[in-house]
Design a protein around this ligand. Sequence first.
Ligand code: TXA
Ligand code: MG
Length: 295
Amino acid sequence: MGALRAGRLIILPTETVYGLGGDASNADAVAAIFAAKGRPAFNPLISHVADLAAAERIAVFDERARVLAQAFWPGPLTLVLPVTPDTPVCDLARAGLETVAVRCPAHPLARAVLAGFGGPVAAPSANRSGRPSPTTYADAMEETGEAVAASLDGGPCEVGLESTVVALLDQPRLLRPGSVTREQIEAVIGTLAEAQADAKRSPGRLARHYSPKAPVRLNVSRPEPGEAYLAFGPGEHRWNLSPAGDLRQAAARLFAYLREADRTDPSAIAVAPIPNEGLGEAINDRLKRAAGYVG
Ligand code: TXA
Ligand code: MG
């Protein structure tokens, strides 16, 4: 907490991925986050808060937003909402937009830090821009550990994929699939529209993302010699995302296995087909980005 108050950065565990956190109201701290990640400043950051009351100080909640927060917070759902007139979240954290992304994470260490700090903490995933998100303390330290004044080891991340991002500006839109699934959200507020492909509404969709060094090939049932294979389902493989075909287990392992496979310098990383329902939508979204199919 002292580090955050002093405008310094921290490595913060969450249930999704490790974050690189700083005081969201302090433009110098936020600038240091962009610099450490090498992230383009047009891509805004998520502000993390301890609870709904803290969230309502930075963003305007309508009925739909409140219902979603009640259903899924604390947890891996981020809401993009209009800012309050006196929002403490600085312009840079919002990339100059009149909207802000808010999330109330479930991880006990993150919750303790946020409750103690009191204000919003801007925290993108702790990877350098364009690299897979870190899901272990060691991976987070390897990516951006040099930039921080303090770091918290919360063990491996339970979810392993970044939070679901939903914009509630006009009709509800899914900006980023995640572990709170489309089906779960639609059960609460009805049909989700697709993200619009303009920079103002879905800035993150323009950024290149999640890429290992090796090329990534998808929907591969038989890998070529020299390729690292990320399997899914029964079979003996060095990297099996889930021998039992469990999407939760596959999500939790995905980024760590991409990193491990990449370290062996394969000619390519070949990935088995992953069913596209439920959590599979988020897994396939990250895989397509890793393979360079989505800009
Ligand atoms: O699970 C997570 O959400 C992790 C952990 C650390 O909490 N954080 C994370 O942050 O993934 P980041 O900065 O890597 O991703 C934020 C996403 C980006 O796609 C960004 O474009 C989008 O949220 N976003 C942030 N503010 C936005 C806004 N005002 N309007 C639209 N999209 C926004
Ligand atoms: Mg990220």
